[in-house]
Design a protein around this ligand. Structure first.
Ligand SMILES: Cc1cc2nc3c(=O)[nH]c(=O)nc-3n(C[C@H](O)[C@H](O)[C@H](O)COP(=O)(O)O)c2cc1C
Length: 171
């Protein structure tokens, strides 16, 4: 599959089978996150792999958007390692860094036939407490991974993408 085909075929999965994701695939997904670009190559990301039944139970308690996925990741950044923009101290890179790491993992998983859900419908503080995460780590998003159920399909809105003329301007 070309990248164009892969990025078009990927869709947000909201109906997961119980089939576990193979360890080799999990490693490949994590490696794709590892090589993602980050501001000044600071690599402030911290990725928690939620796999055990007890950990998944905890995760399911912090978001309604787990869709019974058998695997999830909590993608965080470390406030002590993110880049600070010297031209404007209010701008830091953590959310961008965590998001590009997550995007690499989302697309790598799609290439392996593993479906995913990007979830920000969760409370970061509640999640930090549930998993005893350090105070300096900020959970940015949860990502669900797994295989779709037989009847799974993209949401009807999946193909509603604005035309480039609405979102792009050549200067
Ligand atoms: C930043 C972000 C946050 C999202 N949060 C959620 C979420 O909490 N729950 C959910 O079911 N989907 C979530 N999604 C999935 C979007 O709803 C989905 O990407 C969008 O509707 C487009 O559909 P598509 O991914 O199938 O193209 C999120 C996606 C992004 C990029």
């Amino acid at each position: 599959m070309t990248f164009e085909e892969l990025s078009t075929a990927r869709y947000t999965q909201r109906s997961y089978d119980t089939k576990p994701v193979e360890d080799e695939k999990i490693q490949k997904i994590l490696q794709a996150g590892r090589v993602a670009p980050t501001a000044k190559n600071n690599q402030p990301q911290k990725v928690y792999v939620v796999q055990s039944l007890s950990a998944m139970d905890k995760l399911r308690a912090v978001t309604p958007c787990h869709y019974n996925a058998p695997l999830a990741m909590i993608i965080c950044y470390d406030k002590n390692q993110e880049w600070h923009n010297p031209t404007d101290e209010t701008i830091t890179s953590g959310v961008e860094d965590a998001s590009i790491v997550a995007t690499h993992m989302m697309l790598q998983s799609a290439d392996l036939g593993v479906h995913s859900t990007w979830v920000n419908m969760f409370n970061p503080d509640e999640t930090r407490k549930a998993f005893n995460l350090p105070e300096n780590e900020v959970p940015v998003l949860l990502m669900m991974f797994g295989y779709p159920t037989a009847s799974a399909a993209p949401a009807p809105t999946h193909t509603n993408k604005k035309p480039l003329s609405d979102t792009v301007q050549f200067l």
